[in-house]
Structures are given as structure tokens and as C-alpha cells.
Design a protein around this ligand. Structure first.
Ligand code: FAD
Length: 433
């Protein structure tokens, strides 16, 4: 995932270093021109910060402004490990300012509106911020209203969701205290932030109950609107499907969670048959991990930077990452409509493309960098075991020789628990990708 990062560091230092220098290379005259441009970055999480840091590494003294409301940064890839009891909440929190490179200007506010025709954004506090180049990295959020009864369910002692840090802590407590019954995990429709996480937490929970000697008393159900567990990467799908069946997980396909009846502890699914006919299925739960749909933040989905049919995402070319209608706007990370998985691993590949193309655009050159669709996933299959793999837009495995992608190994578990956070914090956020 951030994994090829491992590849770059562990085995590919020379090639990675060359690629890094090549896309950062600007002459001192060009650097002088680039210093005159105002680069504004909306959203200062892993996408925005990686782009900003890399920009400043390429052109020290560049005019870079980040607009980000949060004072505390969340390392979201660690949430699954909080839900699994491996990390504590403090392990996934960083002071935002400590992640900023010298020279970055920080506007601690949220974008309220994009005004691309006038090259400006307006913040909630009313500040008008003008730019020459804008990078949008607003991420995506849970659409909590997309499942009737979702919020009410999370207030009961029977449901929690690891996509929210507080609720991830609650999930750990519920899973640890669970003595048996129906455990129900669900998967949403539409685009999903880290499409592997809902499966990972169900598999780790199953393993937890097995290790505690409670497995015989628990029925583990996974309901998904998809036709299989990991259809994005067929090779991996073909391995995990039988693996999970062997472990006794009850997988229910083509089922979409529509509502939760808190009073009877019932999850209500809409089921679509292969002919397209719809019916309702009800499932009792004693422990529920419900997943609503995702959406982009309000100013993006409401504004002029999205388009019909892409769910409020930023309308970019999926290779250049440039906006399809506004040539001085680029996208990075989850909010961009690239069709790639919404993961930090994807950002590791996108950030160099965005910065290289920003430099090209600002120097009036043809865009010369292209995102190839590569992303990755550390699939935590049980405690102490992980499958690590990278894949392309078509779902083909890449760098399989490095990852030994089809095997569950302790090495990759250790790397996920101990290595990836360092890579995220010290390599990506410092702009070394
Ligand atoms: C449970 C879970 C497990 C995950 N596991 C993995 C994993 O194993 N591997 C992996 O690679 N990835 C994983 N991810 C995904 C990864 O965390 C995201 O892909 C990544 O954080 C996306 O980065 P981003 O910068 O695009 O968006 P985000 O990190 O979501 O950040 C968006 C930023 O925009 C800011 N913002 C929002 N609205 C506004 C506004 N109006 N104005 C200004 N700023 C705004 C927010 O405050 C936030 O800081 C996981 C995520 C979760 C939740």
C-alpha cells in the first residue's frame, strides 16, 4: 500500500530516488517563476499535506497556503487497529501544526464556497483567498443520513463504527465484552473510503472471538451489496472468499443496509436479485457494525467543481488529476473522481503527479505526469497476519514479487502495525514521495 513506499525504501531506492528527482527538477530560473505563483490547498490532511510538502521541497520559498479547520490530524488508516485493540486513540492523533513544513501558511478555517471563475475560495469565516493554482483535497465523509436509524443505533450499546475514532474505541469494548449471538457487519453502496476496512474489522473480530473461545457462540455475518468480498481485485477475491467460508463467516451478497430498527435490533436490507428484482431481508443483531454511504464535503458536492453522475466528487482527468474545466485546479486523494481506491496508498502515487503537473502548468509546459491508477491494500486477515498487495485500475496485481501478495504473512502484519504509520508521518507528510 503505502507499501510500494516500502518498495522504494527497501529495494528500489535508486529507481525511486531518480523518479523523485526527475519530477522535482526545476532550474533556478524556473524556481524563480514558480515562487511568484500562489498555490492554495483546500484540505490539509494526508493528500493536501503531501502535495504541499513536496511542492516546497521542489521550490523552497514557494507561496503555499493550506486551508484546514482541524487542529488535530487523524491517522485514519490506524482506526482499524484501534477497533481491533492494537492501537490506542493517542496512536492515531498528531498536532496539525507539527506536520507543516517551514514556509507553509495555514488558514485555520473551512472552505465555504469555491469560485473558480474568479480564482478564489471563500472561507466560513468570510475570508476571500485568491490563488493562481488550487489543489482540492477535502476527502470524503460518512453520509450518516443514508441509513435510517444509523445515528440512533450508534447511541445504543449494540452498535459501533470504526470510521469514527470515538466509535472505534466503543467497537473494541463491545467486541471484547461480546459473549455470543449474531454479529452483523455491513458494506455500503457507492464509493467507499478504504474499501477493505469493513471486511478487515469483521475478520479480526472473528479471530478475536475464536481466540477467546467464544467462536462457537457467535454467528458472524457480513452483508454487502457487491457480488463478492473483494471484487476490485479478482485474484485476491478468489483467495479470501474460500478462506472466509472456511472460517465459517456467513457472507450475504447483493444486500444493501437501508434501515436499522433499534427497538427490535433489526438490520433491514434491500436485496437485489440478478434479474434486478428487489425485496427486503431482515436480520437480527446483537452486535452491529453498520456502514453508511460516503459523500464529499458540502462545498464540493454543492459547488461548480463537480458534475452529474459522479456523486459530488471533484471532476478531474484520472491521469493528469487536473480539473476537466478549470485548468488551474487539481485534485488529490479521496475527493477526486479517479475511480481509484480511496486510500492513503493512492495518495502516495498521486501526490508526485499533482506536483509535477502543477509545475508544468505554472511554467506553461504540457502536463508530463500521469497517475497510472496504482493503489494498495494491507488486508488484515487475522491477528498477526496480513496480505499486502498493490493493484492497477484494472484490478491486476502489480509488484507481486515484492509483496508475495497472495500469502497471509506476519511480516506484513508487523509492517502495517509498526511501519506504515512512520511512512505516512515521516516520508509522505515530509514530501519525500
Ligand atoms: C477505518 C479506515 C481505515 C483505513 N485504512 C487504510 C489503509 O489501511 N491504508 C490506506 O492507505 N488508507 C486507509 N484509509 C484511507 C485513508 O485514511 C484515506 O484515504 C486518506 O485519509 C484520504 O486522505 P485525504 O487527504 O484525501 O482526505 P482526508 O484524510 O479525509 O482529509 C480531508 C481533510 O479535508 C478537511 N476538510 C473537510 N472539509 C473541508 C473544508 N470545507 N475546507 C477545508 N478543509 C476541509 C478535513 O478536515 C480533513 O483534514 C482508511 C480510512 C479509514 C477511515
Amino acid at each position: 500500500m503505502l507499501g510500494a513506499g516500502a518498495g522504494v525504501i527497501v529495494v528500489g531506492g535508486t529507481v525511486g530516488g531518480y523518479a523523485y528527482r526527475r519530477s522535482m527538477r526545476v532550474s533556478s530560473q524556473e524556481a524563480g517563476r514558480l515562487r511568484k505563483a500562489r498555490f492554495v490547498i483546500a484540505g490539509g490532511s494526508i493528500g493536501g499535506l503531501t502535495v504541499a510538502a513536496r511542492l516546497l521541497r521542489g521550490v523552497p520559498g514557494a507561496n503555499v497556503t493550506i486551508i484546514e479547520p482541524r487542529a488535530v490530524h487523524h491517522y485514519q488508516p490506524g482506526y482499524t487497529l484501534v477497533g481491533a485493540g492494537v492501537y490506542k486513540p493517542k496512536d492515531v492523533l498528531f498536532d496539525q501544526e507539527s506536520l507543516h513544513q517551514p514556509g507553509m501558511r495555514w488558514i485555520r478555517d473551512a472552505v465555504a464556497a469555491f469560485k473558480p471563475e474568479r480564482n478564489r475560495v471563500v472561507t466560513r469565516g468570510g475570508e476571500v483567498v485568491e490563488y493562481d493554482y488550487l489543489v482540492v483535497g477535502l476527502g470524503v465523509e460518512m453520509d450518516r443520513g443514508s441509513i435510517e436509524g444509523f445515528e440512533a443505533a450508534l447511541e445504543t450499546p449494540y452498535a459501533a463504527n470504526i470510521y469514527d475514532l470515538e466509535s472505534a474505541v466503543k467497537f473494541r469494548e463491545l467486541a471484547t465484552a461480546f459473549e455470543g449471538g449474531e454479529a452483523v457487519f455491513t458494506y455500503p453502496t457507492g464509493y467507499v473510503k478504504c474499501g477493505g476496512a469493513p471486511q478487515k474489522i469483521s475478520w479480526l473480530s472473528e479471530d478475536l472471538w475464536r481466540r477467546k473461545g467464544k467462536r462457537g457462540k457467535v454467528e458472524v455475518n457480513f452483508h454487502t451489496p457487491q457480488p463478492s468480498l473483494f471484487p476490485v481485485v479478482p485474484v485476491i477475491d478468489n483467495i479470501v472468499m474460500p478462506m472466509m467460508e472456511e472460517r465459517g463467516l456467513q457472507n450475504h451478497y447483493r444486500q444493501n443496509l437501508r434501515a436499522i430498527d433499534v427497538s427490535t435490533r433489526t438490520a433491514i436490507f434491500e436485496v437485489e436479485s440478478s434479474s434486478g428484482a428487489k425485496r427486503e431481508v431482515r436480520q437480527h443483531y446483537d452486535l452491529l457494525h453498520p456502514m453508511p454511504r460516503f459523500r464529499t464535503p458540502e462545498p464540493l458536492r454543492a459547488g461548480p467543481l463537480t458534475a452529474e453522475g459522479i456523486g459530488g466528487q471533484l471532476e478531474v482527468d484520472r491521469h493528469t488529476l487536473r480539473h476537466k474545466h478549470f485548468a488551474n485546479i487539481f485534485g488529490v486523494g479521496d475527493c477526486a473522481a479517479t475511480g481509484a481506491p480511496k486510500t492513503a496508498a493512492t495518495i502516495r502515487k498521486q501526490a508526485p503527479v499533482v506536483v509535477g503537473n502543477l509545475f508544468d502548468a505554472a511554467l506553461d509546459r504540457e502536463l508530463s505526469h500521469a497517475y497510472d491508477g496504482t493503489s494498495g491494500c494491507p488486508l488484515l486477515t487475522r491477528y498477526g497476519r496480513c496480505m499486502m498487495f498493490e493493484f492497477d485500475f484494472e484490478g491486476n496485481l502489480v509488484n507481486e514479487w515484492l509483496y508475495q501478495s497472495t500469502k497471509e504473512t506476519r511480516l506484513w502484519w508487523n509492517f502495517k502495525v509498526h511501519g506504515l504509520k512512520r511512512l505516512y508521518r515521516h516520508v509522505m507528510i515530509n514530501g519525500w514521495v
